[in-house]
Design a protein around this ligand. Structure first.
Ligand SMILES: Cc1ncc(COP(=O)(O)O)c(C=O)c1O
Length: 332
C-alpha cells in the first residue's frame, strides 16, 4: 500500500464537503513562503538541460562540499531515495520508525530486509545492519540526531562496506548540523531537498551528495535530463540567495514560536526541533484532527502514534483561525 502524505487537498475537499479554496492546509512541512521565482527565460524552457551548466558548482559552494564529494541534482530527494535501494544487492536495512514511510517502502520493494527502528533501538541494531537510514531532523517527530553520533554510526557501517543514508530534507530549518561537508566519505549518502525550506516542492528538485562513483550510478539510473531545465534554473537561483535564506530562517523561527504559543494556550505540548512543523502527541489526536477538518483546517494525523503534525500557518489570520478552532476543544 502506498504511504499517505500531507497536502491532499482535493481528497480533503471531497471527504469533508468543503471547497478546496476554503481550506487552511497545515498538513505538510512545506514553508508557506517560497523563494520568489523570477521569470524563466524562454531559452530555458526551449533547450534541454546540460549537466555542466554550473548548478553543481553553486550547490557545492552553498553546502561547503569537499572537492572529492559527488554532487548530483535530482528531481526531488524522493527520486533519489526511491532509486538508491536498487544500487545495492539485497541486504539488511534499518529505517526510522516513526519516519517518512517512503524509505521503508523503497528498500522493501527492492527486495531488502527492512527493520523499523525507533531512535533508542539503533545502537543495538547497528551491528546487524548493512544500511541505516536516518532522517535528520526526523519527519514527523522533528527530532534531531547530532552530527557526532551520525558520524560514529557511519564509521561502523562503512568499516564493513555499509551505508549511512542521511535524509536532510528538513535540515535547513533547524539548528542541526549537516553531514554534507563529510559527503566524500565512502558509504555516506546525504539527501537534500529544495521542497521544504525553499517552499519549492512543486518544482521537484533536490540533491544527492555521496562518493562520485555512487552519484554516477544514480545518474545513470535516473537517465538523461531527469531534472528539467526550469528546475535547474530555479535551483541555481535559490541556493545562491544567501540574503533570502537568512530572512527565511528568521521568518520560520518566529512563525514556529507563534505556533508553539498557540498550541500551548490550547493545552497541547509542541514537540520537535524543526521550524517547519510541530509534532504533538495527544490521547485524542483523532478527535482533534476531525474537529479541525470540519472547520476546514487540515493537519496530518498519525493514528498509530496518536499524534498530529502541524505545518506553519503563514499569515496572522491563519494562526487566528487555528487558535479559534482549538479553543473549542478541551484537551485532557
Ligand atoms: C523526510 C522527507 N524526505 C524526503 C521527502 C521528499 O521530498 P522531495 O522529493 O520534495 O525533495 C519528503 C517529502 O515529504 C520527506 O518528508
Amino acid at each position: 500500500m502506498s504511504p499517505e502524505h500531507g497536502g491532499r487537498l482535493n481528497q480533503a475537499a471531497r471527504r469533508w464537503g468543503i471547497p478546496r479554496q476554503d481550506w487552511l492546509d497545515l498538513s505538510t512541512g512545506i514553508s508557506p513562503w517560497s523563494w520568489p521565482v523570477p521569470v524563466i527565460p524562454e531559452v530555458v524552457w526551449r533547450r534541454l538541460p546540460e549537466d555542466d551548466d554550473g548548478l553543481a558548482t553553486v550547490c557545492r559552494e552553498a553546502w561547503s562540499l569537499p572537492a572529492a564529494a559527488g554532487c548530483l541534482p535530482v528531481p526531488g530527494s524522493q527520486a533519489a531515495l526511491q532509486t538508491l535501494p536498487r544500487l545495492r544487492a539485497p541486504c539488511r536495512v534499518g529505517v526510522p520508525d516513526p519516519g517518512y514511510a517512503e524509505h521503508a517502502l523503497a528498500w522493501s520493494t527492492a527486495g531488502h530486509d527492512v527493520v523499523a527502528l525507533d531512535a533508542c533501538a539503533i545502537e543495538t541494531a547497528l551491528p546487524s545492519l548493512d544500511v541505516l537510514v536516518c532522517i535528520n531532523p526526523n519527519n514527523p517527530s522533528g527530532k534531531l540526531t547530532d552530527r557526532d553520533t551520525l558520524l560514529r554510526w557511519h564509521r561502523q557501517l562503512a568499516d564493513r562496506g555499509g551505508w549511512l543514508v542521511v535524509d536532510e530534507a528538513f535540515l535547513d530549518a533547524s539548528e542541526g548540523d549537516s553531514l554534507a561537508p563529510y559527503s566524500d566519505r565512502p558509504g555516506l549518502i546525504v539527501l537534500r531537498s529544495l521542497g521544504k525550506f525553499y517552499g519549492l516542492a512543486g518544482v521537484r528538485a533536490g540533491l544527492m551528495l555521496a562518493e562520485p562513483a555512487l552519484c554516477e550510478c544514480m545518474d545513470k539510473r535516473l537517465g538523461p535530463w531527469a531534472v528539467s531545465h526550469p528546475a535547474r534554473f530555479v535551483m541555481a537561483g535559490a541556493v545562491q540567495d544567501r540574503d533570502w535564506r537568512q530572512q527565511q530562517r528568521q521568518r520560520l523561527r518566529q512563525s514556529r514560536q507563534a505556533l508553539d504559543q498557540c498550541l500551548l494556550a490550547a493545552g497541547l505540548v509542541p514537540q520537535g526541533d524543526c521550524d517547519l512543523f510541530v509534532f504533538c502527541s495527544l490521547p485524542d489526536a483523532g478527535r482533534c484532527h476531525e474537529h479541525l477538518a470540519r472547520q476546514g483546517i487540515l493537519v496530518r494525523h498519525f493514528p498509530s502514534l496518536s499524534a498530529l503534525r502541524l505545518g506553519l500557518p503563514g499569515r496572522k489570520a491563519d494562526l487566528c483561525r487555528l487558535q479559534q478552532a482549538l479553543r473549542q476543544l478541551k484537551f485532557s
